[in-house]
Structure formats: C-alpha cells, structure tokens
Design a binder for this molecule. Structure first.
Ligand code: NAD
Length: 282
C-alpha cells in the first residue's frame, strides 16, 4: 500500500519556517503584507479567502481583506488595483477568482503589478515561468513541486502525465516539471484513450475536477499519484482519484483533504514574503 503524502503536515513545517523568516524580516523593518480582494459572497470563495487570511496572520504577516459588492463595476476594481499597486506597504495583491460577469477577468489579472502578482497569473509572470526565469509560480503547481521534492521523489527524466490544461493548474504544473527535466504529457477533456496515457505515468497529476476520474485500474504499479481535484459529493470533500483502489497500486499518493490544498495557501505566503524581499532589494 502506498506511502501517503500529507501536504497538511508539510505545510505546517514550512509555515513554521516562514514564521521565523517573518520575524527576522521585521527586525529589518520589512513587514510582508498581502491584500486579498473579493467580490460578492460566494461561500466557497469566501472560505478560501478566509483561509488565506488566517494563514497569513498565523505566520505573522500583515493581511487585509477587501470585501467588495458583487455589483462593483470593472472600472472601480481597476482603480482599487491601481491604488494597491502604488501602495508601498502592500507587497502581494490577490483578486479571488472567479469574478462576477460584468468584469473581464483577464483585464484584472493584467492590471496587477507583476512584482505584486503573488498568484503568478499575470502573462508576464507566466511568460517568465515558460522561459525558465525566476518569478512568482502559481501556488497550486508550486505546492505540488515542493511536495514532490520534500518527499524525495525523482523528477528528472520521469514521465509526468497531467490530466488538465487550465492556466491555473494544468499548464503551469507541466511547465514547472518540464523545467525540472521531466517528460511531460498533458491530457484533457478531448484526449482519446485516457487510460493508455495514465498507465504510462511515473508521476500522475490529476486536476480535472471530476470525482473518481482515476481509479487503481488507470495507473501502473509504483506510480506517484497527486490528486489536485476538489469535489463535493454528498456533502463530502473528495478528489479526482478513487483513493482506496489507487493506493493499492501507487508508491505514493496524496489524500483529499489534507493533500495539495494546504500547500497552495503555503506557497501564497511564500510568494508574498518573496515579494516583500524583492521590493526592499530594489
Ligand atoms: P478547470 O475546470 O479550469 O480545468 C479542468 C481541466 O481538466 C481542463 O483542462 C479539462 O480539459 C480537463 N478535464 C475535465 N474533465 C476531464 C476528463 N473527463 N478527462 C480528461 N480531462 C478532463 O479546473 P482547474 O481550475 O484546473 O482545477 C482543477 C481541479 O483542481 C478542480 O477540482 C479544482 O477545484 C481543483 N483545484 C484545487 C486546488 C487546491 O489547492 N487543492 C487549487 C486549484 C484547483
């Protein structure tokens, strides 16, 4: 039976290290600050932003939650982002997605100063990732990379199969692992014979948002399985992988919850600290 990689435990270790770093920085007069902007009161988004805020406070960072109305016009949001861009006390800006329909999401992503784009979604930062330059890596993909490394899983030369090609998860995780010298295959909703691909994975990353998309039948003996999916089935949180059957064949597997999720928030904190350090190095 597989070794279970608990992102939650690793996240706690990393946050302890960050707490020490934040204390050191504050001695130099640097106080990392994250501002999270949310429009409307969608319960899932609300619980994500509350989690982000709580985590930043726990490591001793400053954090501010701006709760705006669901009806906020695009121009007003862009003005607020511009003010945050120019506010020297603010190091990280995160606008919680998805946004209400009157707002062009891409326009908002591009309005954030790339040096404060702790989500790593700005095209300039996505381009930097693609060209192998230092940047803010998107938090979920980055969390997956750190998790693999800390679990001492070899990436170089390994065949990584990813189910999903979103800008948020699938594409950037593939790019990050390609930069680590993996051979990367992306599968998506139009991929034919999905199992033929998943069976050939040394490392399988599932980010489709479909409960039980992958079972033990779909993987090879000894594969590493990273389950990114978050689905609510009968009120219970589950991933995209049937954990029970997959863990009998995998060498390592992440659970849902307590797997990738806590690592995502941790890397957001990491990016905010990095942003604060960069600004003060300028
Ligand atoms: P998305 O809907 O934007 O993308 C899903 C991708 O999966 C698409 O590229 C699609 O082509 C592919 N896909 C869908 N059904 C498929 C199928 N049957 N076969 C093959 N491919 C299929 O979603 P996303 O934003 O990339 O997120 C993916 C999942 O990860 C969601 O469940 C989301 O909730 C979760 N997520 C978790 C975290 C975390 O921190 N744990 C963070 C972000 C997203």
């Amino acid at each position: 039976s597989a070794e279970i990689i608990y992102g939650k435990q690793l996240a706690e270790e990393l946050r302890q290290e960050m707490k020490e770093e934040v204390t050191e920085l504050s001695k130099q007069g640097i106080h990392p600050k994250l501002v999270v902007v949310i429009l409307g009161e969608d319960p899932a988004s609300m619980s994500y932003v509350k989690g982000k805020q709580r985590a930043s406070e726990k490591v001793g960072m400053d954090s501010e939650l701006m709760e705006l109305s669901e009806e906020t016009p695009e121009s007003e949001l862009l003005t607020i982002i511009n003010q945050l861009n120019n506010d020297e006390t603010v190091h990280g800006i995160l606008v919680q997605l998805p946004l209400p329909k009157q707002i062009d999401e891409q326009k908002v992503i591009e309005a954030i100063d790339p040096s404060k784009d702790v989500d790593g979604f700005h095209p300039s930062n996505a381009g930097r990732l693609m060209t192998g330059q230092e940047t803010f890596y998107p938090c979920t993909p980055y969390g997956i990379l750190v998790m693999l490394k800390r679990a001492h899983i070899d990436i170089e030369g390994k065949h990584v199969v990813i189910i999903g090609r979103s800008n948020l998860v699938g594409k950037p995780v593939g790019q990050l692992l390609l930069n680590e010298h993996a051979t990367v295959t992306h599968c998506h909703s139009r991929t034919k014979n999905l199992r033929e691909h998943t069976k050939r994975a040394d490392i399988l990353i599932v980010a489709a948002g479909k409960a039980d998309l992958v079972t033990g039948e779909d993987i090879s003996e000894g594969a590493v399985v990273i389950d990114v999916g978050v689905n609510r089935v009968d009120g219970k949180l589950t991933g995209d992988v049937d954990f029970e059957s997959a863990k009998e064949k995998a060498s390592h597997i992440t659970p849902v919850p307590k797997g990738v999720g806590p690592m995502t928030i941790t890397m957001l904190l990491h990016n905010t600290i990095k942003a604060a350090k960069w600004i003060h190095q300028k």
